[in-house]
Design a protein around this ligand. Structure first.
Ligand code: SF4
Length: 348
Protein backbone atom coordinates (compact mmCIF):
# COMPACT_ATOMS: atom_id res chain seq x y z
CA UNK A 1 0.00 0.00 0.00
CA UNK A 2 1.34 3.44 -0.91
CA UNK A 3 1.31 5.59 2.16
CA UNK A 4 -0.15 9.11 1.89
CA UNK A 5 2.06 12.00 2.94
CA UNK A 6 0.86 13.82 6.04
CA UNK A 7 2.78 16.97 5.15
CA UNK A 8 0.77 17.41 1.95
CA UNK A 9 -2.55 17.52 3.85
CA UNK A 10 -4.32 20.81 4.63
CA UNK A 11 -5.67 21.34 8.12
CA UNK A 12 -9.17 20.31 6.92
CA UNK A 13 -7.83 17.09 5.39
CA UNK A 14 -5.81 16.38 8.51
CA UNK A 15 -8.88 16.96 10.69
CA UNK A 16 -10.79 14.35 8.66
CA UNK A 17 -7.96 11.86 9.21
CA UNK A 18 -7.83 12.52 12.94
CA UNK A 19 -11.62 12.24 13.34
CA UNK A 20 -11.63 9.00 11.33
CA UNK A 21 -9.19 7.59 13.87
CA UNK A 22 -11.65 8.44 16.65
CA UNK A 23 -9.43 11.20 18.06
CA UNK A 24 -10.38 14.71 19.17
CA UNK A 25 -10.25 17.49 16.59
CA UNK A 26 -7.57 19.50 18.44
CA UNK A 27 -5.07 16.71 17.71
CA UNK A 28 -5.18 17.74 14.04
CA UNK A 29 -4.13 21.28 14.96
CA UNK A 30 -1.29 19.91 17.12
CA UNK A 31 -0.09 17.67 14.31
CA UNK A 32 -0.28 20.53 11.80
CA UNK A 33 1.63 22.81 14.15
CA UNK A 34 4.41 20.23 14.60
CA UNK A 35 4.82 19.84 10.84
CA UNK A 36 4.35 23.40 9.60
CA UNK A 37 5.48 25.66 12.47
CA UNK A 38 7.86 23.63 14.61
CA UNK A 39 9.17 21.92 11.45
CA UNK A 40 9.39 18.49 13.07
CA UNK A 41 11.32 15.88 11.11
CA UNK A 42 9.33 12.85 12.20
CA UNK A 43 6.30 11.72 14.17
CA UNK A 44 8.66 10.71 16.99
CA UNK A 45 9.42 14.40 17.61
CA UNK A 46 5.76 15.13 18.39
CA UNK A 47 5.97 14.49 22.08
CA UNK A 48 2.59 15.94 23.06
CA UNK A 49 0.75 13.50 20.77
CA UNK A 50 -0.15 10.17 22.38
CA UNK A 51 2.22 7.39 21.35
CA UNK A 52 -0.71 5.24 20.26
CA UNK A 53 -1.89 7.92 17.83
CA UNK A 54 1.60 8.35 16.40
CA UNK A 55 1.83 4.57 15.85
CA UNK A 56 -1.53 4.43 14.11
CA UNK A 57 -0.62 7.36 11.89
CA UNK A 58 2.68 5.69 10.99
CA UNK A 59 0.82 2.54 9.87
CA UNK A 60 -1.14 4.42 7.20
CA UNK A 61 0.87 7.55 6.49
CA UNK A 62 4.39 8.71 5.88
CA UNK A 63 5.82 12.10 6.68
CA UNK A 64 8.05 13.51 3.98
CA UNK A 65 11.42 14.63 5.27
CA UNK A 66 14.04 15.52 2.68
CA UNK A 67 17.56 14.27 3.20
CA UNK A 68 20.43 16.70 2.73
CA UNK A 69 22.71 14.88 0.24
CA UNK A 70 25.11 17.72 -0.52
CA UNK A 71 25.51 21.43 0.16
CA UNK A 72 27.67 23.80 -1.85
CA UNK A 73 28.56 27.11 -0.26
CA UNK A 74 29.60 30.16 -2.26
CA UNK A 75 32.71 31.80 -0.94
CA UNK A 76 31.69 35.03 -2.63
CA UNK A 77 28.30 35.69 -1.05
CA UNK A 78 27.40 32.72 1.17
CA UNK A 79 24.71 31.41 -1.21
CA UNK A 80 24.06 27.74 -0.52
CA UNK A 81 22.92 25.18 -3.01
CA UNK A 82 21.25 22.18 -1.37
CA UNK A 83 20.94 18.81 -3.05
CA UNK A 84 18.02 17.00 -1.41
CA UNK A 85 17.25 13.29 -1.60
CA UNK A 86 13.58 12.25 -2.00
CA UNK A 87 12.25 9.00 -0.58
CA UNK A 88 12.13 7.35 -4.04
CA UNK A 89 15.85 7.93 -4.63
CA UNK A 90 15.47 11.02 -6.83
CA UNK A 91 17.36 14.21 -6.03
CA UNK A 92 16.41 17.87 -6.40
CA UNK A 93 18.12 21.22 -5.94
CA UNK A 94 17.11 24.21 -3.86
CA UNK A 95 19.07 27.40 -3.30
CA UNK A 96 19.30 29.64 -0.22
CA UNK A 97 20.30 33.25 -0.77
CA UNK A 98 20.96 35.80 1.95
CA UNK A 99 20.33 39.44 1.20
CA UNK A 100 20.90 42.38 3.52
CA UNK A 101 18.25 41.61 6.07
CA UNK A 102 16.23 38.79 4.56
CA UNK A 103 16.67 35.31 3.16
CA UNK A 104 15.20 33.87 0.01
CA UNK A 105 14.84 30.30 -1.18
CA UNK A 106 14.57 29.13 -4.76
CA UNK A 107 12.76 25.80 -4.92
CA UNK A 108 12.24 23.10 -7.53
CA UNK A 109 8.73 22.02 -8.48
CA UNK A 110 9.57 18.87 -10.47
CA UNK A 111 12.38 16.34 -10.77
CA UNK A 112 13.76 17.52 -14.11
CA UNK A 113 11.54 19.29 -16.62
CA UNK A 114 9.94 18.39 -19.94
CA UNK A 115 9.79 21.90 -21.42
CA UNK A 116 13.08 21.64 -23.29
CA UNK A 117 14.33 25.25 -23.04
CA UNK A 118 17.64 25.13 -24.86
CA UNK A 119 19.66 27.12 -22.32
CA UNK A 120 18.58 25.01 -19.33
CA UNK A 121 20.34 22.06 -17.68
CA UNK A 122 17.21 20.90 -15.81
CA UNK A 123 15.52 19.65 -18.93
CA UNK A 124 18.33 17.58 -20.45
CA UNK A 125 16.86 14.28 -19.15
CA UNK A 126 13.19 15.29 -19.34
CA UNK A 127 10.77 15.29 -16.42
CA UNK A 128 11.00 12.33 -14.04
CA UNK A 129 8.02 13.36 -11.92
CA UNK A 130 6.28 16.27 -10.25
CA UNK A 131 6.88 17.14 -6.62
CA UNK A 132 4.11 16.87 -4.05
CA UNK A 133 3.05 19.88 -1.94
CA UNK A 134 4.79 18.25 1.06
CA UNK A 135 8.07 17.94 -0.83
CA UNK A 136 7.96 21.57 -1.97
CA UNK A 137 7.13 22.71 1.57
CA UNK A 138 9.97 20.64 2.96
CA UNK A 139 12.50 22.32 0.64
CA UNK A 140 11.69 25.54 2.51
CA UNK A 141 11.39 23.91 5.94
CA UNK A 142 14.68 22.02 5.73
CA UNK A 143 16.59 25.09 4.59
CA UNK A 144 15.06 27.27 7.30
CA UNK A 145 15.94 24.65 9.93
CA UNK A 146 19.47 24.16 8.61
CA UNK A 147 20.20 27.88 8.37
CA UNK A 148 18.37 28.96 11.54
CA UNK A 149 17.07 32.09 9.78
CA UNK A 150 13.46 32.69 8.80
CA UNK A 151 12.85 32.40 5.06
CA UNK A 152 10.87 35.43 3.99
CA UNK A 153 10.88 35.11 0.19
CA UNK A 154 10.31 32.15 -2.10
CA UNK A 155 10.89 31.88 -5.81
CA UNK A 156 9.56 28.81 -7.59
CA UNK A 157 12.18 28.97 -10.28
CA UNK A 158 14.33 25.88 -9.75
CA UNK A 159 13.99 22.69 -11.79
CA UNK A 160 10.58 22.12 -13.32
CA UNK A 161 7.78 24.13 -14.86
CA UNK A 162 5.60 25.01 -11.84
CA UNK A 163 2.41 25.40 -13.89
CA UNK A 164 2.93 21.89 -15.30
CA UNK A 165 2.41 20.74 -11.69
CA UNK A 166 -0.53 23.07 -11.19
CA UNK A 167 -2.65 21.48 -8.45
CA UNK A 168 0.32 20.67 -6.23
CA UNK A 169 1.74 24.16 -6.74
CA UNK A 170 -1.53 25.83 -5.75
CA UNK A 171 -1.82 23.65 -2.65
CA UNK A 172 1.79 24.46 -1.76
CA UNK A 173 1.09 28.21 -2.04
CA UNK A 174 -2.05 27.93 0.10
CA UNK A 175 -0.16 26.03 2.79
CA UNK A 176 3.05 28.12 2.85
CA UNK A 177 0.96 31.32 3.14
CA UNK A 178 -1.36 29.80 5.76
CA UNK A 179 -1.37 31.94 8.91
CA UNK A 180 -1.31 28.72 10.93
CA UNK A 181 1.82 27.57 9.10
CA UNK A 182 4.97 29.48 8.14
CA UNK A 183 2.71 32.35 7.08
CA UNK A 184 4.92 33.67 4.29
CA UNK A 185 3.30 36.61 2.54
CA UNK A 186 2.01 35.87 -0.95
CA UNK A 187 3.62 39.16 -1.99
CA UNK A 188 6.97 37.57 -1.24
CA UNK A 189 6.40 34.60 -3.53
CA UNK A 190 7.29 34.53 -7.22
CA UNK A 191 6.27 31.75 -9.59
CA UNK A 192 8.06 31.49 -12.91
CA UNK A 193 6.53 30.01 -16.04
CA UNK A 194 7.73 29.46 -19.58
CA UNK A 195 4.23 30.47 -20.69
CA UNK A 196 1.56 27.79 -20.19
CA UNK A 197 -1.29 30.05 -21.19
CA UNK A 198 -4.37 28.19 -19.82
CA UNK A 199 -2.71 27.75 -16.41
CA UNK A 200 -1.71 31.44 -16.36
CA UNK A 201 -5.39 32.35 -16.60
CA UNK A 202 -6.27 29.84 -13.89
CA UNK A 203 -3.59 31.18 -11.57
CA UNK A 204 -4.85 34.73 -12.06
CA UNK A 205 -8.23 33.57 -10.76
CA UNK A 206 -6.93 31.81 -7.61
CA UNK A 207 -7.02 34.98 -5.51
CA UNK A 208 -3.28 34.93 -4.70
CA UNK A 209 -1.08 38.00 -4.35
CA UNK A 210 1.97 36.28 -5.80
CA UNK A 211 4.17 37.63 -8.59
CA UNK A 212 4.16 35.85 -11.92
CA UNK A 213 7.45 35.83 -13.83
CA UNK A 214 7.26 34.97 -17.49
CA UNK A 215 10.36 33.45 -19.07
CA UNK A 216 10.30 35.48 -22.25
CA UNK A 217 13.91 35.33 -23.48
CA UNK A 218 13.16 36.54 -27.02
CA UNK A 219 10.89 39.27 -28.38
CA UNK A 220 9.42 37.45 -31.41
CA UNK A 221 7.82 34.05 -31.90
CA UNK A 222 10.41 33.10 -34.46
CA UNK A 223 13.34 33.71 -32.13
CA UNK A 224 11.54 32.38 -29.09
CA UNK A 225 10.82 29.08 -30.86
CA UNK A 226 14.54 28.57 -31.33
CA UNK A 227 15.12 28.83 -27.58
CA UNK A 228 11.91 27.47 -26.11
CA UNK A 229 9.83 24.68 -27.67
CA UNK A 230 6.75 25.84 -25.72
CA UNK A 231 6.64 28.83 -28.11
CA UNK A 232 5.47 26.40 -30.81
CA UNK A 233 2.37 25.74 -28.75
CA UNK A 234 1.58 29.22 -27.43
CA UNK A 235 2.46 32.27 -29.50
CA UNK A 236 3.22 35.68 -28.01
CA UNK A 237 -0.19 36.83 -29.24
CA UNK A 238 -1.62 34.41 -26.65
CA UNK A 239 1.02 34.77 -23.92
CA UNK A 240 0.98 38.59 -23.68
CA UNK A 241 -2.84 38.84 -23.25
CA UNK A 242 -2.55 36.20 -20.50
CA UNK A 243 0.03 38.44 -18.77
CA UNK A 244 -2.31 41.42 -19.10
CA UNK A 245 -5.15 39.38 -17.62
CA UNK A 246 -2.93 38.32 -14.71
CA UNK A 247 -2.13 41.97 -13.92
CA UNK A 248 -5.76 43.08 -14.24
CA UNK A 249 -7.00 40.33 -11.92
CA UNK A 250 -4.27 40.49 -9.28
CA UNK A 251 -2.85 44.01 -9.50
CA UNK A 252 0.57 42.36 -9.47
CA UNK A 253 3.08 43.60 -12.02
CA UNK A 254 4.41 40.90 -14.35
CA UNK A 255 8.14 40.23 -14.42
CA UNK A 256 9.61 39.31 -17.79
CA UNK A 257 12.71 37.16 -17.47
CA UNK A 258 15.13 37.66 -20.31
CA UNK A 259 18.35 35.60 -20.35
CA UNK A 260 20.85 37.48 -22.47
CA UNK A 261 22.80 35.17 -24.76
CA UNK A 262 25.53 36.52 -27.04
CA UNK A 263 24.39 36.74 -30.65
CA UNK A 264 21.05 35.04 -29.91
CA UNK A 265 18.79 37.69 -28.39
CA UNK A 266 20.92 40.65 -27.31
CA UNK A 267 21.11 42.97 -30.36
CA UNK A 268 19.74 46.52 -30.64
CA UNK A 269 17.04 45.18 -32.96
CA UNK A 270 15.94 42.69 -30.34
CA UNK A 271 15.87 45.41 -27.68
CA UNK A 272 13.59 47.45 -29.98
CA UNK A 273 11.38 44.44 -30.66
CA UNK A 274 11.10 43.84 -26.93
CA UNK A 275 10.13 47.48 -26.34
CA UNK A 276 7.42 47.20 -28.99
CA UNK A 277 6.13 43.97 -27.45
CA UNK A 278 5.75 45.11 -23.85
CA UNK A 279 5.36 48.90 -24.00
CA UNK A 280 2.26 49.99 -22.14
CA UNK A 281 2.22 46.87 -19.97
CA UNK A 282 2.78 47.37 -16.28
CA UNK A 283 5.84 45.19 -16.31
CA UNK A 284 9.35 44.79 -15.12
CA UNK A 285 12.16 43.23 -17.15
CA UNK A 286 14.77 41.16 -15.36
CA UNK A 287 17.86 40.73 -17.52
CA UNK A 288 19.74 37.56 -16.69
CA UNK A 289 23.34 37.10 -17.72
CA UNK A 290 22.89 33.47 -18.91
CA UNK A 291 24.81 30.76 -17.08
CA UNK A 292 26.72 28.61 -19.56
CA UNK A 293 26.09 24.84 -19.38
CA UNK A 294 28.62 22.41 -20.73
CA UNK A 295 26.08 20.45 -22.81
CA UNK A 296 25.07 23.55 -24.82
CA UNK A 297 27.04 26.17 -26.66
CA UNK A 298 25.41 29.37 -25.36
CA UNK A 299 27.71 32.19 -24.39
CA UNK A 300 26.62 35.00 -22.11
CA UNK A 301 26.47 38.55 -23.46
CA UNK A 302 29.34 40.73 -22.30
CA UNK A 303 28.85 43.46 -19.70
CA UNK A 304 28.85 46.27 -22.26
CA UNK A 305 26.13 44.62 -24.35
CA UNK A 306 24.03 43.98 -21.26
CA UNK A 307 24.28 47.65 -20.25
CA UNK A 308 23.42 48.82 -23.76
CA UNK A 309 20.36 46.55 -23.87
CA UNK A 310 19.28 47.82 -20.46
CA UNK A 311 19.69 51.50 -21.39
CA UNK A 312 17.61 51.06 -24.52
CA UNK A 313 14.72 49.69 -22.48
CA UNK A 314 15.07 52.39 -19.83
CA UNK A 315 15.01 55.15 -22.43
CA UNK A 316 11.59 53.80 -23.32
CA UNK A 317 10.48 53.99 -19.69
CA UNK A 318 10.59 50.26 -19.14
CA UNK A 319 11.52 49.22 -15.66
CA UNK A 320 14.65 47.01 -15.87
CA UNK A 321 17.02 45.27 -13.50
CA UNK A 322 19.99 43.05 -14.14
CA UNK A 323 19.67 39.97 -12.00
CA UNK A 324 22.25 40.02 -9.27
CA UNK A 325 24.34 36.92 -9.65
CA UNK A 326 24.37 34.84 -6.52
CA UNK A 327 26.64 31.88 -5.90
CA UNK A 328 28.64 32.47 -9.06
CA UNK A 329 31.42 30.17 -7.86
CA UNK A 330 29.18 27.14 -7.19
CA UNK A 331 27.53 25.10 -9.97
CA UNK A 332 25.52 28.09 -11.07
CA UNK A 333 22.81 27.15 -13.54
CA UNK A 334 19.77 25.43 -12.18
CA UNK A 335 19.95 21.66 -12.59
CA UNK A 336 23.73 21.45 -12.82
CA UNK A 337 24.40 20.15 -9.31
CA UNK A 338 21.72 17.48 -9.75
CA UNK A 339 23.20 16.43 -13.09
CA UNK A 340 26.65 16.21 -11.62
CA UNK A 341 25.32 14.04 -8.80
CA UNK A 342 23.47 11.76 -11.23
CA UNK A 343 26.56 11.37 -13.43
CA UNK A 344 28.65 10.40 -10.42
CA UNK A 345 26.13 8.09 -8.76
CA UNK A 346 23.99 6.57 -11.50
CA UNK A 347 25.57 4.23 -13.99
CA UNK A 348 23.41 3.32 -16.97
S1 SF4 B 1 13.89 27.02 -18.00
FE1 SF4 B 1 12.30 26.27 -16.62
S2 SF4 B 1 10.64 25.60 -18.01
FE2 SF4 B 1 12.49 25.80 -19.27
S3 SF4 B 1 13.36 23.73 -19.29
FE3 SF4 B 1 14.35 24.86 -17.60
S4 SF4 B 1 13.15 24.36 -15.79
FE4 SF4 B 1 11.92 23.81 -17.59
Amino acid sequence: MTKRDLKSLTIDELTEVILSLGEKKFRARQLYDWMHVKLARSLDDMTNLPKGLRSRLAEEFKMISLEVVDVQVSEIDGTRKFLFGLDDGNVIESVWMKYKDWASVCISSQVGCKMGCRFCASTLDGCVRSLTPGEMLDEVYKIQSEMGIRVSNIVVMGSGEPLDNYDNLVKFIRMITDENGLNISGRHITVSTCGLVPQMYRLADEGFEITLALSLHAPTDEKRRKLMPIANKYSLSEVIPACKYYFEKTGRRITFEYALTAGENDSDTEAEELIALISGLNAHVNLIPVNPIKERSFVRSDAERIQRFKSKLEKNRINVTIRREMGKDIDGACGQLRRKHMEEHVSC
